[in-house]
Design a protein around this ligand. Structure first.
Ligand SMILES: [Zn+2]
Length: 423
């Protein structure tokens, strides 16, 4: 079409010879797209059989396998048939969405079907957020207005990440107070529709009742495998999670309701901690270790017991069911789901009963000092210092209200003077 237009303009000029007949141009013929969705129990081959002969199907599947395994396609996967021509129509291409980031494009060539993988472009950006808490951290980060450009669902992911980072220092549900202050920098990769693909906190500061807490991400090989340290390079991780129930399940109904207490304080009565949660809520191993008991156990009902390093054991009771594949003797990592909340054994309603023992002695897991993770290794110290400086600068882009700075300074001074007094 562009060529035709140029030819017409040329012939309109007197001093240019007639170019003669312009060759016919073939624009892409109109295409009809027919959408299919892979239903449960159906196969990709089954959908293809309606449109292609046996030989053609085999050729297409061969090309498809160069990009992905057809058996790994999940129900709901979108398959677009691209038809051209009049009667009969001809199938010229098939697009298969593997997931929200990848599509296999199949095109019919002279020598059978060919495939290519189209990746949805993503870009990486950094989110900065800071604020003084009026009601709850949830209300401030998720419902607050300063993250307008971040989809609502992703804002709650930010908060869950903050909880994962700070879980050992502070309970974001129970200990946050009005007047507390936070600022964090969050790196994420984003799809064209604005939704987040992956992301993690780069650096964060939380000031709770004038006491500051810091977490700075450090992955020495830039490969996403790393952990969080405080400003002195001490690990913020502990050998045990504070809670066997993830924050997102503890807050499912009402994070903003101050009356909501995820932990029923009944420690003294029965040497364990009860977590209110609905039946079926996943229960995670609070520390790495080995399963030593798994089964019905009297008033405990369905119970899992895990043996950890340094004489620690943990117990998880009243489970409705166990996670599959976890037999006695198997190793579990911190955070692995080991079972689901229930009401088996001697209980009046569904909840998780959690115990921690050290050398056989019951301890209150919510109040004991948990063993710390390793600090930044000595041979990575130089790299750490450089990363720390970069990531603290990210925080400092966000101003701190002067009264908070003053409160922290006053506290630091009083700590210094009390230490001085002891010496
Ligand atoms: Zn209990």
């Amino acid at each position: 079409m562009v060529l035709l237009l140029v030819a017409g303009m040329l012939s309109a000029c007197d001093d240019v010879p007639d170019v003669g007949v312009v060759e016919a141009l073939y624009a892409d013929p109109a295409e009809r797209v027919e959408m299919h969705r892979l239903a449960a129990g159906r196969t990709f081959g089954g959908i293809l059989s309606a449109a292609l002969s046996g030989n053609e199907q085999a050729s297409l599947l061969l090309a498809f396998r160069e990009q992905a395994d057809p058996r790994s396609m999940r129900p709901g996967a979108e398959i677009a048939f691209r038809w051209v021509g009049g009667s009969p129509e001809r199938l010229r291409g098939v697009d298969v969405s593997l997931n929200s980031d990848e599509t296999v494009r199949l095109t019919r060539g002279d020598f059978g079907w060919r495939s290519s993988l189209i990746r949805t472009p993503v870009w990486v950006d950094t989110i900065y957020a800071s604020g003084t808490i009026e009601n709850s951290l949830w209300a401030s980060v998720v419902a607050g207005g300063n993250l307008d450009q971040v989809p609502y669902a992703d804002r709650s992911k930010l908060l869950l990440q903050l909880d994962k980072v700070f879980q050992w220092q502070i309970d974001l549900v129970r200990q946050i107070r009005p007047g507390d202050f936070y600022r964090f920098a969050f790196e994420r990769s984003v799809r064209p529709d604005g939704t987040m693909r992956t992301g993690h906190v780069l650096s964060a500061e939380l000031i709770n009742r004038a006491r500051p807490y810091y977490a700075v991400w450090f992955d020495p090989n830039d490969d996403g495998v790393g952990t969080y340290y405080d400003l002195e390079g001490r690990s913020v991780r502990r050998a045990f999670l504070r809670s066997p129930i993830e924050l997102r399940h503890r807050i499912s109904s009402g994070f903003t309701r101050s009356r909501f207490h995820p932990v029923l304080q009944r420690w003294r009565a029965h040497q364990g901690v009860d977590f209110a949660a609905t039946t079926g809520t996943p229960v995670q191993a609070t520390g790495s270790g080995r399963i030593v008991k798994r089964g019905a156990n009297g008033s405990y009902g369905n119970m899992v017991e895990i043996q950890h390093a340094n004489g620690f054991t943990t117990r998880y009771a009243h489970l409705s069911r166990f996670a599959s594949g976890l037999s006695v003797g198997r190793s579990v990592e911190q955070g692995d789901v080991i079972g689901y909340v229930g009401r088996t054994g001697l209980v009046t309603g569904p909840h998780l009963h959690y115990e921690m023992h050290i050398h056989g002695q019951p301890k209150d897991p919510m109040s004991i000092e948990l063993p710390a993770g390793d600090p930044v290794p000595g041979d990575q110290r130089t790299l750490w210092d450089a990363r720390l400086a970069e990531r603290v600068v990210l925080l400092e882009r966000m101003p701190v209200p002067w009264e908070i700075e003053l409160a922290v300074k006053t506290r630091a001074e009083s700590l210094a003077s009390s230490r001085g007094g002891q010496e």
